[in-house]
Design a protein around this ligand. Structure first.
Ligand code: GDD
Ligand code: MG
Length: 371
């Protein structure tokens, strides 16, 4: 039987500015499609056919892009008058559900066997089961301490350093029984992590399970680049990975790649992109739709957004150019620099050390250099 899924899409994504100045975080493109598409794809792969998108505020960009379905995953939108928090958002969106359902954060990438998670949930007769994943630093997440049988002993959202005694955290995906919603008070914002899970763990009714697979929280420029690397390297299964094939190279049929340009896999070249002579793209390069790389430009471990332009002899390494960004000739963009959408970086500039150029901002020729 196919379970419905409630997908939470409420948060802001301030650590990804300036990329998120015009695009909400969950709609930022990863290679060729919004991040949220990977979440929908994962649900589809595991047989989910009904997605209820729980929106803390107007989901305009999401609805415009996805409408009422993503392939065979039907989509509905439930919009809160005021953001209700993660618990309140799930309860509001899940109104009317009378049986077991999935609920998940829409801001991370994951691949895990949801059938195995559900089987575990049923075996334990749990009210809630949390998918867990190990991370190096749990401080930004929900730390989950387990009993030997998988019961959650305690759930600590954003633990303090001295509280960290396990590397297992909440991967932001749950199997829930509708009774859990009775623990969510109406009329105010409620955090499932800070209120509902601690209450359930006291009753011994919430379980956690770490499964092999893939998990990445896409919240910073570094993790945004990592997401591209992992999709292009096929660290987990995606439709984009399938498109890349066994040579890890995709060139859209409408792209124009000069015979003297060099593609180093993994590499993705989107529709209408133009790569001139002497260009090197890759390894790990995502060149967005309609982007232009002038002669001898180098793009390595980097993202060039849709319609962005890279000048002649310019190097973009370990960095991100937002959609429509333009970089002049002979520039060097490196070290996790982020050029915001439609920003203009003049010729001969050097950006490094995580410098961020705001959306639409302009930097004159040869204005910035790093020793
Ligand atoms: N509908 C709705 N309403 N959704 C919301 C609201 C709201 O008021 N507030 C947040 N969300 C959505 C966010 O868009 C995101 O998809 C999800 O709920 C989690 O909220 P975040 O604000 O991103 O929380 P976090 O990243 O600090 O922590 C959460 O995710 C971690 C894993 O990435 C927690 O669930 C942690 O326990 C977890 O480890
Ligand atoms: Mg988050």
């Amino acid at each position: 039987m196919s379970l419905p899924a409630v997908i939470l899409v409420g948060g802001q994504g301030t650590r990804l500015r300036p990329l998120t100045e015009r695009t909400r975080k969950d709609m930022l493109p990863v290679v060729d499609r919004p991040q949220l598409a990977y979440t929908f794809e994962h649900l589809r792969r595991h047989g989910v056919r009904r997605g209820i998108v729980s929106c803390g505020y107007l989901p305009t960009q999401i609805e415009e892009r996805f409408g009422n379905a993503y392939g065979d995953l039907a989509l509905e939108y439930r919009v809160e008058d005021e953001p209700l928090g993660t618990g309140g958002g799930i309860a509001f969106a899940a109104q009317g559900l009378e049986d077991t359902f999935f609920a998940l954060n829409g801001d991370s990438l994951r691949e895990a066997d949801l059938d195995a998670l559900l089987a575990f949930h049923r075996e334990r007769r749990a009210l809630a089961t949390i998918l867990l994943t190990p991370v190096a630093d749990p401080s930004r997440y929900g730390l989950v301490r387990l009993e030997p049988d998988g019961r959650v002993a305690s759930f600590l959202e954003k633990p303090r350093p001295q509280e960290i005694d396990t590397n297992l955290i909440n991967a932001g995906l749950y199997v829930l029984e509708p009774q859990v919603l009775e623990l969510v008070p109406a009329g105010r914002a409620v955090s499932i992590e800070r209120e509902v899970f601690p209450a359930l763990s006291e009753r011994g009714a919430v379980y956690g399970l770490a499964l092999p697979g893939y998990w990445l929280d896409v919240g910073t420029p570094a993790s945004y680049l990592q997401a591209h690397r992992d999709v292009l390297e096929r660290a987990f299964r995606t439709d984009v990975g399938d498109l890349l094939g066994s040579d890890f190279t995709y060139v859209d049929p409408t792209a124009v790649v000069h015979p003297d340009a060099r593609l180093v896999p993994p590499v993705y070249v989107g529709p209408g992109a133009v790569l001139e002579g002497g260009v090197r793209a890759g390894s790990v390069a995502a060149i967005g739709a309609g982007a232009r790389l002038a002669p001898r430009a180098v793009v390595e471990s980097a993202v060039v957004g849709a319609r962005a332009q890279v000048g002649a002899d310019t190097h973009v390494e370990g960095s991100i150019l937002g959609e429509g960004a333009r970089v002049g000739d002979g520039a060097r963009i490196a070290g996790l620099a982020v050029v915001g959408p439609d920003a203009v970086v003049g010729a001969g500039n050097e950006l490094d050390h995580g410098v961020r150029v705001g959306a639409g901002q302009e930097i004159p020729d040869r204005a910035l250099a790093f020793a």
